[in-house]
Design a protein around this ligand. Structure first.
Ligand code: FAD
Length: 561
């Protein structure tokens, strides 16, 4: 029987998932492969489109242009120290060796312009090879309307959106966050971006930064390279013939079709962000609600693919944890807590009323501490962010309520925020009598400017979201000025990062370590190349893009073999 007759359509490469997988599609199509992207949902871009768009890309051209000295060797020594044996070394070697080439490819193949995320330090910058000035890049504001009919198809959410249309880069956010402390830096930034955003609308532009800009540019690059894209088309099966992947079965608009993929198939279907059952099974019973910021269609289809082909799975207990404030609206999405926990005059306590970690640490470490994943002592829920009126007068709350402005009533009515005239009364109201003692200890540390308990403010990254006007420690200040506030805090996440085991070319590996010819897994569908760590801003999109690129190059070579 001629198997080819059975195909409903035929391509060289099929990429399942339209997030970072688009980079693989672009790379392959630009090298002559007939390439198809199949996307489960009705929207393009996945979590990549919802993200901040930061990319951790050691030694790339944009860094060089900005005068930053960095090399793959330095980045590798950093990763070696950090990641150790929590992930195979070959993966990080491939990552640092190719990150710069991926940036070159993106700049050549898409309308994207990138800039250095200045001072956005590696999360463990103090380790050998770590970077304090930062080795990440992000999109420059981009007119999403310029991509035409695809623009309304980009996945959107309110998780990181501004009250008025304006493109906000990471540097803008940092400046605006300190508007109460450094207005001379914040206000011109704000005016410039409002002018671009609101002003742009008047001339029919839709200026975006972050992941929206990134995804728009990747979609434009894919179209330009001749990639075909099918929406509402989840991958259902991988077709294996004589040990080789020859195609897939896709459910296109409800109809199953067999599609040949002679060069290979890249699985880029994201993680299991919104699969509560699997998350409680593999990660923590404390994850009783859907707190993930990830793309809604990321429900763990990687498991079914892995089962079909006998792929190995690893790091399933891991996620890109991200502390957050629960929504005050029933069923609403959580609210980002990015800088709130790093600023002086605040602390996070559990039901003992005491702190249990460095609140200013990177968000993955913070989430691990909150869920007690490292000490085996179990989670610290319920948790509260505690601050005073001085803090409220100085900083944004929930990334949107201006300094001094009243916190909207809905937060109090829902019990997400509790306010009291004294620490003792606040402790009573939230049922945490130990808060008096916990706050006394914190205030002692704050008065000496040195956190003897958890070293808050010591690491370079801690200080990025601190308040430089606070001395001697930009992350430490006392909680003494009434009224006092307690804000419910939850271990949300940006998505999961455990999944299919893959090698340095993104090739899917069986449990015994042998590779499955023609099958690749990248992004959050694959096990984190950095083990249980998040090395620096943009390391998740970074690894999605790098391994999608490498998988595509491998498929191109396979095709010509
Ligand atoms: C608010 C937010 C901010 C973030 N900021 C950053 C940041 O600045 N830098 C950074 O590095 N990371 C950031 N992250 C994390 C990062 O966005 C993700 O880890 C990354 O984008 C994952 O890429 P991916 O390609 O694996 O998944 P996605 O981008 O989610 O793409 C997966 C796609 O596959 C589709 N899919 C699912 N199942 C199937 C199927 N069966 N068949 C076909 N398609 C399927 C999904 O619908 C989705 O479109 C952020 C995340 C969020 C939510």
């Amino acid at each position: 029987m001629n198997a080819k007759r059975e195909w409903d359509a035929s391509y060289d490469l099929v990429v399942a998932g339209s997030g970072t997988g688009l980079m693989g599609a672009i790379t392959a199509a630009r090298r002559g492969l007939r390439t198809l992207v199949i996307e489960k949902g009705a929207f393009l871009g996945g979590s990549t489109a919802l993200s901040g768009g930061g990319m951790w890309m050691p030694g790339n051209r944009v860094l060089e242009d900005a005068g930053v000295v960095d090399t793959p060797e330095r980045a590798l020594s950093y990763l070696d120290t950090l990641v150790g044996d929590t992930a195979p070394r070959a993966r990080r070697e491939a990552y640092v060796a190719n990150a710069a080439a991926v940036v070159d490819e993106m700049l050549a193949a898409t309308p994207l312009e990138l800039s250095h995320m200045e001072e956005y330090a590696d999360y463990f910058a103090d380790l050998l090879g770590g970077s304090a000035i930062g080795r990440s890049v992000e999109p420059e504001p981009f007119n999403v309307k310029s991509i035409g009919d695809d623009a309304p198809l980009l996945r959107t959410s309110d998780a990181i959106s501004a009250p008025v249309p304006m493109p906000i880069t990471s540097g803008d956010f940092r400046a605006m966050n300190l508007m109460g402390r450094r207005p001379l830096q914040a206000i011109p930034t704000m005016v410039k971006r409002v002018f671009q955003g609101v002003g742009g609308k008047l001339v029919r532009k839709d200026m975006a930064a972050g992941g929206r800009a990134l995804a728009a540019a990747l979609v434009a690059g894919a179209r330009q390279a001749g990639v075909e894209i099918w929406l509402n088309s989840p991958i259902r099966e991988v077709v294996l013939e004589q040990g080789k992947v020859t195609g897939i079965v896709v459910e296109k608009d409800g109809t199953r079709q067999r599609v040949a993929a002679s060069a290979g198939v890249i699985i880029a279907v994201g993680g299991f962000d919104h699969n509560g059952e699997l998350r409680r099974k593999y990660q923590s019973p404390a994850l009783t609600e859907d707190w993930s910021f990830g793309n809604p269609d990321n429900t763990g289809d990687l498991f079914e693919i892995a089962r079909q082909v006998g792929a190995g799975l690893a790091l399933l207990d891991q996620a890109w944890w991200f502390p957050a404030i629960p929504s005050p609206e029933p069923g609403g999405a959580p609210i980002f807590m990015l800088s709130e926990r790093s600023l002086p005059g605040s602390m996070i306590v559990d039901s003992t009323g005491h702190r249990f970690f460095n609140e200013a640490s990177d968000y993955m470490s913070a989430g691990r501490a909150m869920l007690g994943l490292d000490d085996g002592k179990g989670d610290h829920l319920p948790m509260w962010l505690i601050f005073d009126q001085t803090y409220r007068n100085r900083y944004l709350f929930a990334a949107s309520v201006l300094p001094r402005a009243p916190i909207p009533r809905v937060f109090y009515e829902s019990g997400v925020v509790v306010k009291a005239g004294s620490i003792a009364e606040l402790g009573d109201k939230i049922g945490v009598p130990g808060l008096v003692e916990g706050a006394a200890r914190f205030n002692l540390l704050a008065s000496q400017g040195k956190d003897d308990d958890f070293k808050r403010g010591l690491a370079q990254y801690d200080r990025y979201y601190g308040d430089p006007t606070q001395t001697p420690n930009p992350n430490l200040g006392p909680i003494t000025a009434p009224p006092f506030y307690a804000v419910k805090t939850i271990p949300a996440d940006l998505g999961t990062c455990g999944g299919i085991t893959a090698d340095e070319n993104g090739r899917v590996m069986r449990e015994d370590g042998t590779v499955i010819d023609g099958l690749y897994a990248v992004g959050n569908a694959a096990a984190n190349a950095f083990g249980i760590f998040y090395p620096g801003p943009g390391a998740t999109i970074g690894q999605g893009l790098v391994f999608a690129y490498l998988a595509a190059l491998h498929a191109v070579a396979r095709m010509h073999r």
